[in-house]
Design a protein around this ligand. Structure first.
Ligand SMILES: NC(=O)c1ccc[n+]([C@@H]2O[C@H](COP(=O)([O-])OP(=O)(O)OC[C@H]3O[C@@H](n4cnc5c(N)ncnc54)[C@H](O)[C@@H]3O)[C@@H](O)[C@H]2O)c1
Ligand SMILES: O=C(O)[C@H](O)COP(=O)(O)O
Length: 391
């Protein structure tokens, strides 16, 4: 039977093409979908039908998905790390330029001259007024990068090529991300050191309980007068009361962000974009392809790549029958499953077990198909969250 993929946002066709039509049905409405594919749709726990085995986010941030509830239900949540990083980096480059030069004010001024027919008057007018739009160069200025993952490291490289000094802060930097990072990025030991030493600070970290409201009045107060804050990560990372106060006192010169909120609209010291960091053909395709490939490999083989709540686990198929079992990460559960298989005289051809936080996940290749009754016995074991037979 074809697997059903429920899409809750428009997903790039290039990604959907990775799910062949003879084995996948894709629609934006389904009563009993096998999986969900989405972008920024705010998914409520009650919206996830019992039939759902996995959820894939074509993008980086998963704060729109109830990950804790998914973990409780044994549903892996996948994302597509790095697939839209270049798109965000390029928009941050634009943000830095908009923050350093009078581009927007200059464009507005020129647009206000529409209808002028006298070329000589126009020339005089422009030359007389251009001093209002003077800016300063990025070269030689310091950029503080908070979060040095897929996007932050690209932003750091871009700033270095523009002649900026770069200071980075990331207390949870992965080894892979550290390898990617230019040696010219100076390490800051504290967040306040980044804010105190930077002309521009750019945020590239996820919103988590620990990072909500992280940029507060203390940090903004530590910034150099005339500083500029860029937020292409998530709105909730910045405390908006503190932000507005810093703008009102003129301590913060500009806030440039991808997340408009009502209180920020219409301010000349705020530049807002409509959450378009990942809105390029390339990023949408990259994310959709990565998300669809990961979802397909999970549905067809049980493999886990780039999940935010399940352990990374991939096993070459041995034989045609595989069990994918999710359980709480406590002793004896795998032993009990294997005991049931032994009792049924079913031979294990290959297996892999990994855990992450409170979950354990197992792939077990076996030499014949267990009966529905024996599967029910495995499902009934204390601590087993789900058992899937993949044949
Ligand atoms: N504007 C957009 O359209 C857009 C597009 C893509 C991603 N994003 C946002 O950007 C975030 C980062 O994306 P990414 O692809 O670089 O993710 P990533 O996982 O590759 O990198 C995030 C980095 O933040 C670090 N980090 C975590 N907590 C931190 C803290 N308290 N202080 C400093 N660093 C911390 C992590 O260690 C990691 O290295 C996403 O979570 C998402 O919210 C926005
Ligand atoms: O986290 C992300 O990847 C971005 O916020 C992009 O969101 P989008 O897929 O809705 O553009």
């Amino acid at each position: 039977m074809a697997k059903r993929i429920l899409t809750l946002n428009q997903i790039s066709v290039k990604g959907l093409e990775r799910l062949p039509r003879d084995s996948y049905e894709i629609a934006s409405e389904f009563a009993h979908p096998d999986a969900i594919l989405l972008r920024s749709h705010k998914l409520q726990a009650e919206e996830i039908p019992e039939s759902v085995l996995g959820i894939a986010r074509a993008g980086a941030g998963v704060n729109n998905i109830p990950v804790v509830e998914c973990t409780r239900r044994g549903i892996p949540v996948f994302n597509s790390p790095g697939a839209n990083a270049n798109a965000v980096k390029e928009l941050v480059a634009a943000g830095l330029l908009l923050g350093s030069r009078g581009i927007i004010e200059g464009l507005d001024y020129v647009a206000g001259l529409a209808g002028t027919t006298d070329a000589s008057w126009l020339h005089q007018e422009l030359e007389a007024h251009k001093k209002q739009f003077k800016g300063s160069e990025l070269r030689g200025k310091t950029l503080g990068v908070v979060g040095l993952g897929a996007i932050g490291s690209l932003v750091a490289d871009m700033a270095l090529t523009m002649g900026m000094e770069v200071i980075g802060y990331d207390p949870a930097l992965s080894v892979d991300a550290a390898w990617r990072l230019s040696s010219q990025v100076r390490k800051a030991d504290t967040l306040s050191a980044v804010f105190a030493r930077s002309d521009y600070v750019t945020l590239h970290l996820p919103v988590l309980d620990s990072t909500r409201g992280l940029v507060n009045s203390e940090l903004l107060g530590a910034m150099r007068p005339d500083g500029c804050l860029l937020n292409f990560a998530r709105q909730e990372i910045v405390d908006h009361d503190a932000l507005l106060a810093a703008l009102e006192t003129g301590h913060l010169r500009k806030y440039i962000a991808d997340f408009p909120t009502p209180e920020l609209l219409g301010r000349s010291d705020v530049i807002l974009m409509p959450h378009i960091g990942a809105s390029t053909d390339e990023a949408e395709e990259n994310c959709a392809i990565m998300a669809a490939d990961q979802l397909r490999d999970f549905l067809e083989n049980g493999n886990i790549r780039n999940s935010v709540n399940f352990p990374m686990l991939q096993l070459e198929r041995a034989g045609s029958c595989r069990l994918a079992i999710t359980n709480t990460n406590v002793p004896k559960i795998l032993g009990s499953v294997l005991a049931i298989l032994a009792e049924l005289n079913i031979n294990v051809l290959d297996m892999l077990n990994k855990s992450r936080d409170e979950l354990a996940y197992n792939l077990i290749d076996i030499d014949c198909t267990p009966s529905d009754e024996s599967l029910a016995r495995m499902r009934a074991l204390t601590g087993v969250i789900n058992v899937r037979l993949i044949s």
